[in-house]
Write a protein that binds this ligand. Structure first.
Ligand code: PMP
Length: 339
C-alpha cells in the first residue's frame, strides 16, 4: 500500500513550473516554485513542522502544550497542521488587515484567533506581536515560536526548499527571487545555494511601506519608510533575525497595485491561481530579469501561497476598482452596456 502516516509527511517537494506568457521578450528560463502544493497551501508548512520539532528537541514544547504565534495566516496554518498531528492546542494573533478567509481557515483547523489592530507600533501592547508575547507569558506550558527571530525558520528552508531547488535545476540556477517577510524563505534558500555556487544572484522583493530596502542600501533603520500598505506577507516595520542582509544581493520594491495586477495575470495567463505576494515576487523579479538576464540564465521565483485566500480582495473586480487598481481593459461587459 502507498500512503503517508499523516498529512504533514506531504510537506515539501513542490513542483518547479516554467512561466511562458508573462515573460514575453525576457531572456533566460524563468521558473516558479509553486508552494501552494503543500497541504496547508503555503510555503509556511515547512517552517511550522521545523519550529515545532526543534522546540520539542530543545524541551521547550511539552506534551499537551499550547502554541501561540503572531501570524499573517500562513504560518498559523503550517503550525496548526503539525499541532493537530502531534496533539497541541493553537492560539494565533493576527493584524486586522489580513483577509477574513485566512482567519476562517485557522478557525476551521481548531485554532483560536485573536485579531489585533494593524496601525499601531510593534511595541504597542495592542499589536499582534505584543499580544502573542503576553499570552505566552500568561498561559502555562505554552510555546511562542516567534517566526521572526526563530532561526529554525531559516533552517527549514536551508534543509528543504534550497536542496529541492538545487536538485530540480541540476545546479543550473543563476538567479533566485523571493518576497521578504520574516526573511526565512529568502535567506535559508540563498545560504544553501550560495554555499554551492557563490555567484547565484539573490533578489529580495520588498513593499513600499517597509524598511528592508533602505536598510540594505544605507544601514539606516528609517522610520519614515514605514506606512500602511496592503500586500500581505511581505515587507516589515521591524528587522527580524531571520533576515541576513549579506544573503540578499538586491531589494526591489513593488507597489500593491503592480503586485495585484501581476497576480491576476498569473492566474489568467499561466493558470497559476496564486496569492498577492506571488504577483509582487514575479513583478519585481521580471523587472530585474528584463534588464539583466541572458539566454542561458535560470531564475527561480518562490510563489508562497494560493489564490483562494484573496478571492474577496485582488480577485474581486469591485474591490480592485474601489482601490483604483483595475485598468480599463478589465472593464466588464456590464460596465460597457451601462455607460
Ligand atoms: N508571502 C506570503 C503570503 C507569506 O505569508 C509570507 C510569510 N510572511 C511571505 C510571502 C514571506 O516569506 P518569509 O516570511 O519567509 O520571508
Amino acid at each position: 500500500m502507498q500512503y503517508y502516516n499523516s498529512i504533514v509527511e506531504t510537506i515539501g517537494n513542490t513542483p518547479l513550473v516554467k512561466l511562458n506568457k508573462v515573460t514575453k521578450n525576457i531572456k533566460g528560463t524563468i521558473l516558479v516554485k509553486v508552494e501552494y502544493f503543500n497541504p496547508g497551501n503555503s510555503v509556511k508548512d515547512r517552517i511550522g513542522i521545523k519550529m515545532i520539532e526543534d522546540a520539542e528537541k530543545a524541551g521547550i514544547l511539552k506534551p499537551g502544550g499550547t502554541i501561540i504565534e503572531g501570524t499573517s495566516g500562513n504560518t498559523g496554518m503550517g503550525l496548526a497542521l503539525t499541532a493537530i498531528a502531534k496533539g497541541y492546542k493553537c492560539i494565533f494573533t493576527m493584524s486586522d488587515k489580513q483577509s477574513q478567509e485566512k482567519i476562517n481557515i485557522l478557525k476551521a483547523l481548531g485554532a483560536e484567533v485573536v485579531v489585533c489592530p494593524t496601525n499601531v507600533e510593534p511595541d504597542d501592547p495592542r499589536s499582534y506581536y505584543s499580544v502573542a508575547k503576553r499570552l505566552n507569558k500568561e498561559i502555562p506550558n505554552s510555546f511562542y515560536p516567534n517566526q521572526y527571530d526563530n532561526l529554525s525558520n531559516t533552517a527549514a528552508h536551508y534543509e528543504t526548499t534550497g536542496p529541492e531547488i538545487w536538485k530540480q535545476t541540476e545546479g543550473k540556477i543563476t538567479h533566485y527571487a523571493a518576497g521578504v517577510g520574516t526573511g526565512g524563505t529568502i535567506c535559508g534558500v540563498s545560504k544553501y545555494l550560495k554555499e554551492r555556487k557563490p555567484n547565484v544572484f539573490t533578489l529580495g522583493i520588498d513593499t513600499y511601506g517597509s524598511v528592508f530596502k533602505k536598510y540594505k542600501e544605507t544601514g539606516i533603520f528609517d522610520e519614515n519608510e514605514i506606512y500602511p500598505y496592503l500586500t500581505e506577507g511581505i515587507g516589515e516595520d521591524i528587522l527580524p533575525k531571520n533576515v541576513d542582509f549579506n544573503l540578499i544581493d538586491l531589494f526591489i520594491k513593488v507597489t500593491d497595485k503592480d503586485a495585484a495586477l501581476m497576480t491576476r495575470r498569473l492566474a489568467r495567463e499561466e493558470g497559476l491561481f496564486v496569492g498577492w505576494s506571488c504577483g509582487a515576487a514575479v513583478y519585481g523579479a521580471l523587472e530585474y530579469a528584463r534588464e539583466h538576464l541572458k539566454d542561458n540564465d535560470v531564475m527561480v521565483i518562490i510563489l508562497p501561497d494560493h489564490g483562494t485566500r484573496y478571492l474577496n480582495k485582488i480577485y474581486n473586480d469591485e474591490w480592485m476598482k474601489n482601490h483604483g487598481f483595475l485598468e480599463a481593459e478589465f472593464a466588464t461587459a456590464r460596465d460597457i452596456i451601462k455607460s
